[in-house]
Design a protein around this ligand. Structure first.
Ligand code: ADP
Ligand code: MG
Length: 771
């Protein structure tokens, strides 16, 4: 939609006349503007400064235009928009005799002189005849407003003047409507035209019987269109209406020289038209939030038909004679004001909820029929698609248990509901098992929420976890290792005792135990200094076998007792052994302890697994034996007691009993295996963490003991001249090769960078971490 379409459209139609004031009214070359020239009134002398020339720009000027052209210009687009759901309003405005009724209804004498209403009816019914995918229904109403009273032109007896039900304009969420106004369904063009003529006739009759003057009333002919999609599942309903309005004559009161009844009529007309003008001005002002639609019946009825969500078109009917120039000017002014109103037409779509439910029910029935047919074709006639009942759910449950125990190999898929239920049951079992495992672990170990600092502090106090929240011992107080010195939350308690080899270390901060997760944080020097886990295992073995270091040549083993820094650092394997003897002894012991627990559980697990396999084999054998027994029984003939129970011999009976026992044994072994698996997983996790911690601790110990020179240690100390953060992080992160530099050239800057890298990666180091 372009900008022009977002405004009310206004046209001017000039009534053809013999005395057309050619020197007074001029049309623009594009037929979209009209200029009015009035000669200065000589009598008013030199002070007469009234404007004498006017130029009006509109959407089109219809001069000597046929009814057909008038329809095409003014109404055709609006009607086709209405057929897809946009409301539309066409109004004819102008002085009496200017051609409003001619434009709207037309001259009845000749077919080609028919006006906008019969042509709109024709377009609507032609569209209905062409439409294949929607049901379109049409209804008609014809309302007259005379002296602020509503009249139903299609049911004169129910007009508010004489009828039982007083007609009234009613606001409702879906728009305004006239309560009591008859709305007539029509299925053919002729029916609609008949209603138009009936309305016209009633108007003429009322003119006589009620002494009305038709030029003083406003008439609103409304075509209601309702369109539903023929696809039954599409329950959208598109509603629209086209208002075709023949307004009362707009001539000013003074000119008519009216008295009495005529004066009263003229007052009402002028009032309602001036209210209409006020509404138009208000609508054109974007800052106005209140539009006084209820001031008059006309404006109230037109509340949802003027601008806004509706396509609106105005036709200003003017007479071309010089005599009527004032009225012509006033009509043209009104038309230009109308053009200021912006519109944002929207399609009126509704969804009837009841209709929706009905359509969906119908669709479900159809789909079920289709499924049944499909099942019949593939011989699955017993499948149902209703929700599962309790018996069916219980059956699924038992099937799953059998499946988990290995009693059945697979679960047959029946339908979607059954598959969903199977998943649901699996979920329940998994949850249940999770709880059981957790409960078992809780009964054995002290588990502490990592984020619960109070609990951690309490546990640290009790010596259950170390400062890095690692589990140190069993709940019952029995520790993994045979530690004599429990980790103390006091930072220096342990360090001073173990760091005999390095004098700098005495001035250092807290020795930290780094967890696996912490190690996962950026550790810039890791690629150079980390001993791979595999290496570590090799060393573990090496230590127990006392084979020493084979892979790395230590230049000079570091003296653990020496108070002087060695001239060159010891090889890592040597240093590692030393580390494990001294300050790493605690973590090393825990690590070993954890490993041995893990090993024990793994051993037990494989024993149980072997046992299970053995039981399975035995069950298999008994099954075969039983089968043979059965075969024999059948061949020899079966015995039945007086109650009809089958009699079996003792051998078969013993086999059955044995089978039962084995099943029981299998079940308990299986359960134990499951428990062991969970425990192994947990222990493995502990071992991994311990290993990571051991390696990380060693790395830090190694670099601080052998690589960082004394002056650098001093500088890094609290109060020293280098603080973490002084070297940009990107510098820290690209510290590759520091070890090479450190070893060969003793580059001091590299030592500093390394120390800083460690400090930045583990900023808590050197602080009291009991907080
Ligand atoms: P209004 O409804 O504005 O009072 P009418 O539509 O009744 O005016 O017109 C008055 C007369 O002028 C009628 O006889 C009508 O046929 C004639 N008339 C109006 N406009 C035209 C036109 N465009 N072409 C031919 N005749 C017209
Ligand atoms: Mg008229």
């Amino acid at each position: 939609m372009d900008a022009a379409e977002k405004k009310v459209r206004a046209f001017v139609r000039v009534k053809p006349t013999a005395d057309f004031a050619q020197d007074m009214i001029k049309f623009g070359p594009d037929n979209k503007s009209i200029d009015i020239y009035i000669k200065k009134d000589a009598r008013k002398g030199v002070v007469n400064n009234r404007q004498t020339d006017w130029s009006f720009r509109l959407d089109g000027v219809l001069h000597n235009a046929s009814q057909e052209l008038a329809y095409e210009t003014v109404a055709q687009k609006l009607v086709s928009d209405a057929l897809v759901g946009y409301n539309g309003t066409i109004m004819c405005y102008g002085q009496t005799g200017a051609g409003k009724t001619y434009t709207m209804t037309g001259a009845t004498a000749e077919y080609k002189h028919r006006g906008l209403i019969p042509r709109a009816i024709q377009q609507v019914f032609k569209a209905i005849a062409r439409s294949v995918d929607s049901f379109i229904t049409v209804r008609i109403s014809y309302l007259e407003i005379y002296n602020e009273t509503l009249f139903d032109l299609l049911s004169p007896t129910t007009s508010s003047a004489t009828g039982d039900v007083p007609m009234a304009v009613v606001d409702c969420p879906r728009g305004v409507y006239v309560k009591g106004l008859s709305v007539h369904p029509v299925s053919h063009e002729e029916d609609a035209l008949n209603l138009l003529f009936e309305g016209e006739t009633n108007r003429v009759i009322a003119e006589h019987s009620l002494n009305k003057n038709s030029s003083r009333s406003h008439c609103i002919f409304t075509i209601y269109i309702e369109s539903r999609c023929r696809v039954f599942s599409d329950v959208r309903c598109i509603n629209s209406k086209i208002n075709l309005i023949d307004l009362a004559g707009s001539e000013r009161l003074s000119k008519t020289g009216s008295e009495g009844q005529v004066l009263k009529e003229a007052t009402y007309i002028n009032k309602s038209l001036s209210f209409l003008e006020q509404i138009v001005i208000a609508l054109a002002d974007p800052k106005r939030d209140h539009i006084p639609f209820r001031q008059s019946k006309l404006t109230h009825v037109l509340k949802d038909s003027l601008g806004g969500k509706c396509n609106t078109v105005l036709v200003a009917n003017i007479c071309g004679e010089a005599l009527h120039v004032e009225e012509t000017l006033s009509s043209l002014r009104f038309a230009t004001r109308m053009k200021w109103i912006t519109t944002e037409p929207v399609i009126n779509v509704t969804c009837d909820p009841e209709e929706t439910v009905r359509a969906l029910e119908k669709e479900i029935i159809l789909l079920k029929q289709e499924l049944a047919m499909h099942n019949n074709l593939v011989n699955r006639s017993l499948v149902t698609y209703d929700p599962l009942n309790d018996v069916q759910i219980a059956e699924i449950k038992s099937q799953i248990h059998k499946y988990l125990q290995g009693a059945i190999d697979e679960i047959d898929i029946m339908n979607i509901r059954q598959v969903q239920e199977v998943f649901k049951q699996f979920k329940l079992i998994v949850r249940q098992q999770e709880h059981e495992v957790e409960a078992r672990l809780r009964s054995k170990y002290a588990l502490i929420d990592k984020n619960d600092f109070a609990a951690i502090a309490a546990a640290q106090k009790a010596g259950v976890v170390d400062v890095d929240r690692h589990l140190m011992g069993k709940k019952d107080g029995q520790e993994f290792g045979t530690r004599t010195t429990p980790v103390s939350p006091k930072p220096d308690g342990k360090k001073k005792k173990s760091r005999k080899s390095s004098e700098q270390s005495k001035k250092e901060g807290t020795r930290s135990y780094l967890s696996g997760r912490e190690l996962a944080a950026p550790l810039p020097s890791k690629s150079q200094v980390t001993i791979p886990t595999r290496d570590l295992d090799v060393k573990e073995r090496a230590r127990s076998e006392d084979t020493g270091n084979t892979d790395v040549q230590p230049s000079k083993p570091a003296s653990a007792e020496g108070s002087q820094r060695p001239s060159s650092p010891p090889s890592k394997p040597v240093a590692f052994e030393q580390f494990k003897e001294e300050c790493g002894s605690e973590i090393s012991r825990i690590f070993k302890e954890n490993k041995s627990i893990l090993l024990a559980r793994k051993k037990r697990s494989s024993t149980v697994a072997r046992r299970i396999n053995f039981i399975k084999q035995e069950m298999e054998d008994i099954k075969k034996a039983l089968e043979a027994q059965r075969q024999e029984r059948w061949q020899q003939g079966e015995y039945v007691d007086e109650k009809g129970h089958l009699i079996i011999d003792e051998k078969e009976f013993l086999l059955i009993m044995k089978m039962k026992d084995l099943k029981e044994e299998y079940r308990s072994a299986y359960a134990e295996l499951q428990d062991l698996k969970a425990e192994i997983q947990y222990c493995q996790h502990l071992v991994d963490r311990c290993r990571n911690k051991l390696v990380a601790e060693f790395e830090i110990w190694y670099s601080e003991s052998f690589l960082i020179p004394a002056y650098a240690q001093k500088a890094l100390k609290p109060g020293g001249n280098i603080r973490p953060g002084m070297i940009p992080i990107n510098r820290v992160m690209c510290l590759g090769g520091w070890q090479r530099n450190a070893g060969r050239h003793g580059a001091e800057s590299s030592y500093l960078e390394t120390r800083l890298a460690l400090t930045l990666a583990f900023p808590w180091r050197g602080q009291n971490r009991t907080r």
